[in-house]
Design a protein around this ligand. Structure first.
Ligand code: PDD
Length: 293
């Protein structure tokens, strides 16, 4: 089914299996590229402006300009998403620094980027599954010091996720200098004595779009929250632990390093925040973008 879907590549829409970049592409050779994953609910892209602003920041951080205007990106997302009308999807985009005849670490001049995007269907939200929560382990964060850039150089993340899987866990929370940073592909929240806490913005973690929305929703609904460092010991004793991302939404962690989190089931605040988040998605489906002015 997905092989019949069209992908976007440098201005064209092609069947996915025919959309190819050269083997000399710098994204392939050096991981010299950035990406975004944008959720679409009921076929409608969610929080697009936020994702495009983050793409601009990632590109600026790797010394590139955005090759397309936001309205051009928007048209691409809409065209891709229309292929799966009414379905929940993840729209993936990647901008690489392009392909050149000679493999050389030096940044070429001029740069001719490769720009690609495609969409994949996601199963519809399953509340019963969400309520079962996820299992997580902690691992040392061996990534670089620019995790705020959404770069495709994800080998450390991939290896951490492999270790989590081997140990029967769904995700790993990465610990740097004694503090919990984020998951391998998700942001971290804890609830401790009624306070919702997420690590502060820094070069050591990705400024997640879902995380931002959770903070907005907390602010609007009077949930006390703080951006503060979370020590590894504090994580172990938290009443609730959540991981957020465009693909996981707000996932309740029910087991951490083999021990139950709180009662071993999603906590009270998770139910409240999840309901607010789902309501946001419903507003999108009914034609109003949620918090996306
Ligand atoms: N990853 N931290 C990391 C390291 C991530 O890779 C992601 C998302 C997040 C959450 O960001 P957002 O809420 O904007 O999705 C945090 C995507 C989903 C991925 O790599 O597939």
């Amino acid at each position: 089914m997905s092989d019949e879907l069209l992908a976007y590549l440098n201005g064209e829409y092609l069947p996915r299996d025919q959309a190819c970049v050269p083997i000399t592409d710098r994204g392939l050779l050096f991981g010299d590229s950035v990406y975004e994953v944008i959720p679409a609910y009921g076929g409608l892209p969610f929080r697009v402006r936020h994702h495009l602003n983050r793409l601009d920041r990632s590109l600026a951080a790797i010394r590139m300009h955005n090759p397309l205007a936001h309205r051009q990106w928007q048209a691409i997302f809409e065209r891709l998403a229309q292929q799966l009308p009414g379905q929940d999807q993840s729209i993936y985009l990647q901008v690489t620094r392009g392909a050149y005849p000679v493999r050389n670490h030096v940044i070429p001049d001029p740069v001719v980027p490769n720009v690609l995007a495609f969409t994949s269907a996601n199963p519809p939200r399953d509340f019963a599954k969400a309520q079962r929560g996820i299992k997580v382990i902690t691992l040392e964060d061996i990534r670089w010091h620019r995790c705020d850039i959404k770069a495709t150089t994800l080998l450390a993340n991939v290896l951490a996720r492999a270790q989590a899987s081997e140990e029967g866990a769904d995700e790993a929370i990465l610990i740097r200098d004694g503090a919990a940073m984020e998951g391998t592909a998700s942001n971290l929240f804890i609830v401790s004595n009624g306070l919702l806490i997420t690590p502060p913005d820094s070069a050591e973690l990705l400024p997640g779009i879902t995380r931002d929305l959770v903070l907005e929703l907390a602010g609007e609904s009077g949930v006390p929250f703080a951006q503060a460092a979370i020590g590894a010991a504090e994580l172990e004793t938290a009443d609730e632990v959540w991981l957020t991302s465009s693909t996981r939404e707000i996932a309740a962690v029910v087991e951490l390093n083999g021990r139950p989190v709180g009662s071993g089931a999603p906590g009270e605040l998770w139910y409240r925040m999840d309901a607010l988040f789902q309501a946001c998605k419903e507003r999108l489906r009914s034609g109003a973008e949620c918090h996306d002015d």
